[in-house]
Design a binder for this molecule. Sequence first.
Ligand SMILES: *Cc1c(COP(=O)(O)O)cnc(C)c1O
Length: 454
Amino acid sequence: MSSTKTRFLLDEENAPRSYYNLLADLKTPPPPPLHPGTMKPIGPDDLAPLFPKALIQQEVSTERDIEIPEAVREVYRLYRPSPLVRARALEKALGTPAKLYFKYEGVSPTGSHKPNTAIAQAYFNALEGTKRLTTETGAGQWGSSLAFAGQHFGLEVEVFMVRVSYDQKPYRRALMETFGATCIPSPSPRTSFGRQVLERDPQSPGSLGIAISEAVEAVGQKPGSRYALGSVLNHVLLHQTVVGLETMKQLELAGDAPDILVGCTGGGSNFGGFVFPFLGQQLRGGRAVRIVAVEPAACPSLTKGRYAYDFGDTGRMTPLVKMHTLGADFLPAPFHAGGLRYHGMSPLVSHVKELGLIEARAYDQLPCFAAAVQFARTEGIVPAPEASHAVKGAIDLALECKARGEAKTIVFNLCGHGHFDMQAYTDYFAGKLQESTLDPKALESSLGALPTVR
Ligand SMILES: *Cc1c(COP(=O)(O)O)cnc(C)c1O
């Protein structure tokens, strides 16, 4: 079937009614999270001060299909199903025999995939009486998404924003405030951990690890508060599977099936949400797919990190999870893809990497911006700096197909647009963006400080 169609749109009534849970199809489950004090596997009670019961249940559930409540689907309908697009102009520019498709999550209220989980998390929190949510944000995508979701379900939202992004992306803060949230640059004097960091380094650019510590500490500052995390955890990836589930149906509409899937990885949520439904199908005996995770060379947890138990935050307050980590003390260079500046990785993504079910590659930010510009000039969408890593990965794979004369079908997740990141593009065109290299000494030292777990 040869069609000239470019956009594959799914009707609202064909939108997914359940999330897909990969844990149902994995023969070996990932190692359990450990209590930071006892080093024993944590139970639901340990997480109860931070998360509502429904989300804790989703975190450990092995049920394959988990129903999406109607109240959540109603908010999803403001922007979902999102389009799947055949990148015909890019294919032509590359002269590749490969077919390139991208799933476009930039149509959401905040311009990325993040509202998919923010809406679900706000709903389940409101249902169990939460009044206020605290969280951290890197580039501001997650903070603005939780701010938007909090408005829908009547929650107050307080966001600790990594200092370097707070300075680089003032419009993200304005967006958070537009959606009714409070935004605080991190490290901040508001928490004892923030004060500690500032004492040591008043000019600290901050990091997601530091901001997480502050947001977790801030839960205890006001009754009725809980914490929300925008990536990494199983329930977050679960909510993001609407992306992959829609893509599956849209590829059917296109009369096509994927050979290669590509996504960028910060904490692993857009990647996991995009690829897990396909991986599940493969694990159940269906079509095998090559799955490629793309990460920044300056924060390369999957390609250069150690698979070990580590803290999710710099303040060492969170449970220990087994993941590919650069060490909780690792401070990534302040490159522009703020959403990818996380020392760790989703334990589920790490687990499937260890099982050999996915592969990973790392790119510097300069070739990623070059790929993003080529994408913008052909497909008309300016990718978020994070998403540019997926674009670069997909372009390279399409060129590898060209070299081998292979007409493969490559599908990638364009997880967000870059309309709030134009300063990064300005810097790129002015030649001010540097290769942000990894300091091997710093990595060695942060890996040396990993907790000892027997
Ligand atoms: C937050 C964010 C990321 C990184 O988070 P993941 O959990 O790895 O998806 C990537 N891209 C965009 C556009 C983001 O907002």
